[in-house]
Design a protein around this ligand. Structure first.
Ligand SMILES: *[C@@H]1O[C@H](CO)[C@@H](O)[C@H](O)[C@H]1NC(C)=O
Ligand SMILES: [Zn+2]
Length: 378
């Protein structure tokens, strides 16, 4: 009897001490000065309530060793004030292939979900990687590389790098996220994620395809390094992009411009079609440059809009001191309400609208690719 209760006692102790570490706790940044710690399952209830955050768990430093400020200062660069390559850009955007964008999105949304922890999410990353390999196969590996960026979960991010010929340390990043998530039951229910963010993924894929074609014809690379990032796990608190940009910052890399495409295909009111230019938690000088691109190359206008803290991967860039901008399908209140459900499907999207976003990407990389950066001293 006594022995029995002793064993029960020991088992309880073991359970408490060994079991506790498995109730994983996450550190979430809800705003620039609010950080909370919650059990992992709380993240989902917050997301369902529409609360956005950056999950900084993997990058929290012990206070004693903390040498880095929580948020780095974003320097101010002098971006082009005029477009100077309109003939080149015009030629490229005339060749945007909406059928190819459709086919890519049809395939990408055919994965049951692209949830970052799932086997499906791993398979969709493999397909995307292969697609990128195919699109870029004409360029030698000395010029263009496609790399897996692994994380602490199954799905990896993909980094495509076109090494600059003159100032390779100045890096321009075009971003989008490959994962999708059903907010009711992420591990069980389907998440086609056509708009969020299959649309941004194929927007950038098409820009990459045309850009590679352009360099094959011209036989000359950009002066600055141009990268395309396809992040994993945006939906879980910018996890993938935070890993990537924190790594870049640790390696003292200099990203001089980051432009995010997240939700590029839904048009609520075709009579007032426009794109949404996000003005909160983004970098003003870069956002002004994007305005220039939109005015020069798009057939629709922009409307300035706000989307809140940590609303997409550009937040991971600015947090690490890199200037970032974000263009979304429309002003925030008119964006798709189907996201994070089984109803986020491709039949609800406009490929003409996605093509407008592709124009922004092409315009930006052509204009910034050879731009000589200068930092403004305040
Ligand atoms: C890539 O190209 C190969 C050879 O043409 C083809 O078999 C494969 O299906 C392509 N993969 C993708 C993802 O497009
Ligand atoms: Zn998204």
């Amino acid at each position: 009897m006594k022995l029995f209760s002793f064993i029960t006692f020991i088992l309880t102790i073991v359970q408490v001490t060994v079991g506790l570490p498995f109730v994983s706790r996450r550190v979430l940044q809800l705003s620039e000065d609010t950080t909370i710690t919650v059990p992992e399952y709380e993240k989902l209830s917050l997301l369902r309530k529409g609360v956005r955050f950056i999950d900084i768990t993997e990058h929290v430093e012990l206070p004693f060793f903390n040498k880095r400020p929580e948020n780095k200062v974003v320097p101010t660069y002098k971006y082009p004030a005029l477009v100077s390559n309109d003939q080149i850009v015009q030629k490229l955007i005339d060749n945007i292939d909406k059928h190819s964008m459709y086919d890519n999105l049809a395939k990408f949304t055919s994965f049951y979900t692209r949830y970052y922890k799932s086997e499906y999410g791993y398979q969709s990353a493999q397909w995307l990687e292969q697609k990128i390999q195919n699109i870029t196969s004409g360029l030698p590996e000395k010029v263009l590389t496609v790399e897996r960026f692994s994380h602490n979960w199954k799905q990896y991010s993909i980094i495509v790098k076109i090494e600059g010929s003159e100032t390779p340390d100045d890096i321009i990043v075009m971003g989008s996220h490959q994962d999708s998530m059903n907010l009711i039951l992420p591990s069980v229910l389907a998440a086609p994620g056509a708009d969020d963010d299959g649309s941004g993924t194929v927007t950038n894929l098409e820009a990459l395809r045309l850009y590679v074609e352009y360099f094959l014809k011209k036989g000359q690379r950009p002066k600055n390094t141009v990268e395309f990032h396809f992040y994993s796990a945006e939906e879980a608190g910018l996890l993938g992009s935070l890993d990537v940009f924190t790594h870049y910052s640790t390696e003292n890399k200099r990203v001089v411009a980051m432009l995010q495409q997240d939700m590029t295909g839904y048009v609520q009111d075709p009579k007032y079609e426009h794109v949404g230019l996000v003005t909160d938690y983004t970098t003003e000088a870069l956002t002004n440059f994007v305005k220039l691109i939109i005015d020069a190359y798009l057939s629709i206008p922009y409307i300035e809009t706000e989307c809140g803290y940590a609303c997409s991967d550009h937040g991971s860039a600015t947090k690490n001191g890199f200037p970032a901008a974000f263009v979304i399908e429309s002003e925030f209140s008119k964006t798709s309400k189907y996201i994070h459900t089984t109803m986020d499907t491709l039949d609800r999207l406009s490929f003409d609208h996605m093509a407008e976003h592709t124009k922004i990407v092409i315009g930006s990389i052509i204009e910034l690719g050879d731009w000589k950066f200068a930092e403004l001293k305040n």
